[in-house]
Ligand binder design. Sequence first.
Ligand code: DC
Length: 335
Amino acid sequence: MKAIRGATTLSCDTAEEVRTATRELLQSIAKINGLKNDEIVCMMFSSTADIKSLYPAKAAREAGFCDCALYSSLEPDISGSLAMCIRVMVLADIDRKVKYVYLRGAKSLRKDLSDVINIALDGPAGSGKSTVSKLVAKKLDILSLDTGAMYRAVALKCINEGVDYSEKSQVDRVVENIDLRVEYGNGGQLTLLDGKDVSGDIRTSQVSMLASYVSAYPSVRAKMVSLQREIASRVSCILDGRDIGTNVLPDCLYKFFLTASPEVRAERRFKEDKLKGSTQTYEDILLEINERDAQDRNRAVAPLKCADDAVVIDTSEMTAEEVANTICERIQEKI
Ligand code: DC
């Protein structure tokens, strides 16, 4: 047995409006959850005290939901609560995953259930963002967008085209003509540069340093931020980066900032890279991390910075799984 919650609001208190809104709500719940009439066991409605024209249960019966038990109750008149609101709990004899449905003004009751949810995950290099982002995405069944990969692709294009990256006009020309796309395959995010999958090529230390450098150019940031906003507006995703909570999605409801000491971050990178066959020493990596931190924090446009309303998590003593669980718990608390 599953319980499906839903709610909607009326534009005026007339019997016709109660019929229309109730029918719309129930048909949406049935459609979105693939419910057949004989799977619905009962429907329990409550309506706010300002609705006096018709019981939603009667409207449900009139809309053709006749084979299940129906019940309506009146909510207390609570100041500040959403006006002219009908809420429902549908009990269905099913085992599959269900989706709650909030329509019209009632969408404001559950912003987390709006079609698209975005999570901002910022922090310095090596703080665990990309591992944690993938874990959270898996737990919440959303996509993980690695925004650093996009800056890395710009850096790779600069290298491939042999541009003098200290020349703003040359980098401007590169981003103006860049064909950069992000796609998702079985293994996760693919970064496509001019139609070619460069997901592996962008992970070198040369690209890391140059990505940090070119990401300070306003033209590069403007292009990347607009691509990121466009993706975030279409699909539910967790975006990991440096400026997601402060600049890309300042109105995002869920913001997290990961920290860890430079030594811990360098140690993590060292172990990760060693597994991939890298010969870079721990000392080299620590130096690179400190340089990148300084570059990312001190640039004039959208520097690496914790948003005032972000939850800060020091990951030094935590596993990625623990950090991902903490993030999911904090999101759950807010819902
Ligand atoms: O997360 P990463 O190491 O892959 O990022 C590479 C560089 O890209 C990073 O040093 C700074 C830049 N970057 C950025 O400026 N803003 C982002 N949202 C993500 C990355």
